[in-house]
Design a protein around this ligand. Structure first.
Ligand SMILES: Cc1cc2nc3c(=O)[nH]c(=O)nc-3n(C[C@H](O)[C@H](O)[C@H](O)COP(=O)(O)O)c2cc1C
Length: 325
């Protein structure tokens, strides 16, 4: 089980939070080849690895051969366990540069770029793609077989086409066809895992023994334990939930400085709150947090109120909390 790269999220404090709850295989956020090539300081910051991180993959996105060459040479000066190429990002900012999922659809050029990266990186190389068609496996197979032939050690397949972004059914049959087609390359199935049950279903339906968690881990790092421990999993108590959120936000403040850290943390706090029965006022308050002291007061206010009593009767399966003793 892997933690997906999530742009704007999987920085060092985020990965540390995931790792405390059972994650081992994690990625940096996606880094843009042109920005790395020209040493943009914000992008170079994304390459920072914690001394405590035993495994870390870096993910690059881009489509310009010269930028890719410069970026891979720069990344070679750092220390990573895996070098991953993004062929699945659908966001307009990336697609308009013909990178990410747009490049993935252009199989010939995608393989040209991947071949260049494979020949220059000093790390094991992998790719993250989307399926290219919901019913016909042939286009996805062409891409997957081409990547495997160029030396991809693993290929993560998000079972939705680019036009669907992140919504709708995950087409597990296409992933399963890819598993059969490249028996020597590890296929990793991705899409729609919100609970331990979903992870088992995705494995079963796609015939994959490895899956990647993405939106399901946002505000719910305990998803790693849930997937690992299956029916023995006990959700966090409200106090354990608050303690993990607090540690995460404190690390954001330490990493980015209090002001920037707290601004960046607002969306994280909203994720921790989502679906957990704290009510609308908590969201309004979270959106205005700007100092650690404000956060501590907010956290104490949440603990005093607790989730609505009705929440414990029927909590959403993926957002469960145990009542404090
Ligand atoms: C906010 C956000 C940021 C993402 N950033 C990246 C990224 O940097 N690189 C990448 O390959 N995929 C990225 N993705 C896609 C996820 O890794 C994953 O493939 C997708 O969310 C589908 O899995 P899910 O249905 O379990 O969420 C991002 C998704 C979201 C929602």
């Amino acid at each position: 089980m892997l933690a997906a790269p999530l742009s704007g999220y999987t920085d060092l404090p985020y990965r540390r939070s995931l790792r405390r709850q059972g994650c081992f295989f994690a990625f940096t956020e996606m880094v843009d080849a042109a920005s790395i090539a020209y040493s943009n300081s914000n992008s170079v910051e994304l390459l920072r690895r914690g001394e405590d991180e035993e495994f870390l993959a870096v993910q690059l996105v881009g489509s310009d051969m010269e930028h890719l060459r410069m970026a891979v040479d720069h990344i070679n000066q750092h220390e990573f366990d895996v070098f991953d190429f993004n062929l699945g990002c659908p966001v307009p900012k990336v697609a308009k540069k013909h990178a990410g999922a747009a490049l993935g659809k252009d199989v010939e050029n995608a393989l040209k770029c991947f071949g260049l990266l494979a020949s220059r990186t000093r790390f094991p190389i992998t790719a993250k793609i989307r399926i290219l068609d919901e019913t016909d496996p042939a286009p996805t197979l062409e891409l997957v077989q081409g990547l495997a032939a160029l030396g991809a050690r693993a290929i993560t397949i998000h079972g939705r086409v680019m036009a669907k972004f992140y919504s709708g059914k995950v087409f597990t049959e296409i992933i399963s066809e890819c598993v059969k087609a490249v028996p020597d390359t590890q296929i990793i199935a991705n899409g729609g895992i919100m609970s331990g049950f979903d992870a088992e279903e995705l494995k079963r339906q796609s015939n994959c023994n490895v899956v990647m968690l993405a939106r399901g881990m946002m505000g719910n790092p305990w998803l790693f334990k849930e997937v690992q421990q299956k029916e023995n999993y006990l959700p966090p108590t409200v106090h354990e939930w608050a303690a993990e959120m607090t540690r995460h936000i404190e690390e954001m403040a330490a990493y980015y400085g209090e002001s920037r850290g707290l601004t960046l943390s607002r969306k994280l706090v909203l994720d921790y709150l989502r679906g957990r029965g704290f009510g609308g006022e908590s969201k309004n308050r979270a959106s205005g947090l700007s100092t650690l002291d404000e956060f501590y007061r907010f956290r104490d206010w949440l603990l005093e109120r607790g989730p609505a009593a009705s929440y414990f009767v029927n909590p959403p399966p993926c957002r469960r909390l145990r009542q404090c003793d």
